[in-house]
Ligand binder design. Structure first.
Ligand SMILES: Cc1cc2nc3c(=O)[nH]c(=O)nc-3n(C[C@H](O)[C@H](O)[C@H](O)COP(=O)(O)OP(=O)(O)OC[C@H]3O[C@@H](n4cnc5c(N)ncnc54)[C@H](O)[C@@H]3O)c2cc1C
Length: 496
C-alpha cells in the first residue's frame, strides 16, 4: 500500500514537472521543474492552462494589456514564495504576484509568459497581544482586515474597496476612509517579510534602506509575504451618508460649492463624486452622483449638505450605519458591480489636484458627456473625483516615504469602461482618457502631472508616478540597482 502511494506521488510529481516544463517552454529544464514541485509545501498548488482553476486564478479586473501567464502557482507558506522566486531565477522566467488582481496598469502586459504567484493562501489576520499592531498575510484582502479589527473594537487604514488586497494599495500609498486620522495605508507599516529578487526572505522595518522604497513604490522590490501594521482603538461607531444626484448642467455650481465648503475638508468628512450614465435619471447625458459621508453621526450635518441642497439635486438619499457599510454605499463592496471580474477593459487616467478648477471641470464634463453618451462603447464609464480628508496624510513628513504626492488633495480619474474589441477601440479609449486627464491637469496650472500609481494607465513617466524631485528618482534607482538589478519586479510601474 505504501509502495502504491509512493508511486502515485512520484507519477503525479513527474506529470506536474512535465506540464511545468511544457507550460513554461524550453527555458525551464525538467530538473528545475522537479526541484520546484518537490520543494513546495504539500498545500501549495500548481495550475496549468486549460483548467478551470487556472482560468479563475488568472482572471483580472481589467482585461486590457493583461500579463500572459503560463502557470499559476499558489504558495501556502512564505517559504514557498522563496522557492518559487529561486526557481524562476534559475530558469530565467518572469514572475508576478497576483493578489486581488485589480491592478489595471498596462505595464503589466509586458509579462509575456511566466509564473503567476497567486497569494490567496497567504491570507491571515492576527492582532498582537498588546493590541497595537496587526499582522496580515501577504495575500489578505481589505475586508478580512477591517472585519476582524471591527470585531475587536479596532481600526486601521485600508483601501476603501473590499475586494482589493491590503498590500496592493499599500505598496503604492493607499487611500482609505480613515486616512484623515492616521495617514495612508503605507504609513501604518511597522515591519514586513519580503522575498527579494535574490530569492531570500528578509524581515525589514524602518532600519532598512529599502523601507522608504516599499512605502510608495513597493511593487518594484519584492513579494511581501506578511505585513505588520499599526492599529488603533475604534474611534467612531456611527457613519452616515447623503447621496445626491445632480443634472450635469450643475457641474460648475457643484464644484464651486465643493471648493467653497470642502477645500479644507474636515477630518470627519469624505466627499466623492462620480459622473456616470443613469438613464432613468437623465436619458441623454451623464449625471453627477455626489456623496457626502460623515463619521460619528447618524445623519450628515445639514451645515455640510445645505449648500448642495440649495443647488437643486434631482434626488437626495440619506443612510446611516457603521464603517462596515461604507463600501456598499459607494458600490465597492465585494458583491458590487465594480468589484467583479467581468472581462471588461478598465483603464484609468488619474491626476491629483489641489482644488477644483471650475472651467476645467466644465470642459472635462462636456468632453466626457460627448464621448460616453448614447450608444458609445464607453457608456459604462465613470469619472471619479475622490476628496478624502488629508490631515493625517499631510501630518507625515513627505520625505519619509516613496509616495510623493502628500500635498495634493483630490484624486481624479476617468475610468473608461468597455467591452474589448481590438486595438482600435483600445486606442480610442486611451485617447479619450488622456484627453480628459489633460483638461484637468491644465486646470491645475502646474507643469507637473501627479498621478496615483495604483490608478495609473501605464503611459506615464516615473516622475508622474513617484515624484519630480531628482533625489526621489535617484533614490529609487539606487534601491532598484541594489535590490533588483535584473528587474525581476518591473512589470508594475517600473521605477526605471
Ligand atoms: C474597484 C477598485 C477599488 C479600489 N479602491 C481603492 C482604494 O480605496 N484605495 C486605493 O488606494 N486604491 C484603490 N484601488 C486601486 C488599487 O490600489 C490598485 O488597483 C491595486 O493595484 C489593487 O491591488 P490588488 O491586490 O487588488 O491587485 P493585484 O493586481 O493583485 O496587485 C497589484 C500589484 O501589486 C503588487 N503586489 C500585490 N500584492 C503584493 C505583495 N504581497 N507583495 C508585493 N507586491 C504585491 C504586484 O506587482 C501586482 O501587480 C481600487 C481599485 C479598484 C479596481
Amino acid at each position: 500500500m505504501r509502495w502504491l502511494r509512493t508511486s502515485i506521488f512520484v507519477s503525479v510529481t513527474a506529470l506536474l514537472s512535465v506540464c511545468l516544463d511544457y507550460a513554461l517552454g524550453s527555458s525551464a529544464s525538467e530538473g528545475h521543474a522537479n526541484a520546484l514541485i518537490d520543494a513546495l509545501s504539500p498545500e501549495a498548488k500548481v495550475y496549468f492552462p486549460n483548467s478551470t482553476e487556472f482560468s479563475t486564478l488568472t482572471s483580472r479586473w481589467s482585461s486590457l494589456a493583461e500579463p500572459i501567464v503560463n502557470v499559476a502557482v499558489v504558495p501556502a507558506t512564505e517559504d514557498d514564495v522563496v522557492k518559487i522566486v529561486q526557481y524562476a531565477n534559475k530558469a530565467n522566467l518572469p514572475i508576478l504576484a497576483f493578489n486581488g488582481a485589480h491592478a489595471a496598469i498596462t505595464t503589466l502586459g509586458r509579462m509575456h509568459g511566466g509564473i503567476e504567484i497567486y497569494l490567496g493562501q497567504l491570507s491571515s489576520v492576527n492582532i498582537a497581544p498588546d493590541n497595537k499592531t496587526v499582522t496580515v498575510g501577504g495575500g489578505t484582502l481589505s475586508k478580512n482586515v477591517t472585519d476582524t479589527l471591527w470585531s475587536a473594537g479596532k481600526e486601521t487604514v485600508t483601501g476603501t474597496c473590499e475586494c482589493v488586497s491590503v498590500l496592493g494599495p499599500g505598496l503604492g500609498g493607499g487611500h482609505g476612509w480613515l486616512q484623515g486620522h492616521y495617514g495612508l495605508v503605507t504609513d501604518q507599516f511597522v515591519s514586513m517579510n519580503v522575498v527579494l529578487a535574490d530569492g531570500t526572505l528578509q524581515t525589514i522595518d524602518a532600519d532598512s534602506d529599502l523601507w522608504w522604497g516599499m512605502k510608495g513604490a513597493g511593487q518594484n522590490f519584492g513579494i511581501v509575504t506578511s505585513l505588520t501594521s499599526k492599529i488603533y482603538d475604534r474611534s467612531q461607531t456611527d457613519w452616515a451618508i447623503e447621496t445626491l444626484i445632480f443634472d450635469g448642467d450643475n457641474v460648475e455650481a457643484l464644484y464651486q460649492a465643493a471648493n467653497d465648503h470642502f477645500s479644507n475638508i474636515p477630518v470627519d468628512l469624505i466627499n466623492w463624486s462620480y459622473w456616470l450614465n443613469i438613464p432613468t435619471a437623465d436619458p441623454n447625458k451623464p449625471i453627477i452622483l455626489f456623496y457626502i459621508i460623515q463619521e460619528g453621526v447618524t445623519s450628515v450635518d445639514p451645515t455640510y449638505t445645505k449648500p448642495f441642497h440649495d443647488i437643486g439635486p434631482i434626488s437626495v438619499e440619506a443612510d446611516s450605519g457603521t464603517y462596515k457599510d461604507l463600501a456598499a454605499w459607494v458600490q465597492i463592496a465585494v458583491d458590487s458591480a465594480p468589484c467583479q471580474k467581468a472581462g471588461l477593459a478598465h483603464p484609468r487616467f488619474p491626476a491629483y489636484i489641489k482644488e477644483y478648477n471650475i472651467s476645467a471641470q466644465k470642459l472635462a464634463y462636456e468632453a466626457y458627456a460627448a464621448n460616453v453618451s448614447g450608444d458609445s462603447p464607453f457608456s459604462s464609464s465613470i469619472y471619479m473625483f475622490e476628496g478624502y480628508p488629508v490631515q493625517g496624510v499631510q501630518a507625515i513628513d513627505g520625505d519619509s516615504a516613496a509616495f510623493a504626492f502628500r500635498s495634493d488633495n483630490i484624486l481624479t480619474a476617468p475610468l473608461i469602461t468597455y467591452t474589448p474589441a481590438g486595438k482600435e477601440l483600445d486606442d480610442q479609449a486611451a485617447e479619450l482618457g488622456n484627453r480628459l486627464r489633460e483638461i484637468i491637469h491644465q486646470g491645475t496650472g502646474s507643469n507637473e502631472l501627479h498621478t496615483y500609481v495604483n490608478y495609473a494607465y501605464g503611459d506615464e513617466t516615473p516622475q508622474n508616478w513617484y515624484g519630480y524631485e531628482q533625489w526621489r528618482q535617484d533614490r529609487l534607482k539606487a534601491l532598484k540597482n541594489k535590490y533588483d538589478p535584473e528587474g525581476r519586479f518591473s512589470f508594475f510601474a517600473p521605477v526605471q
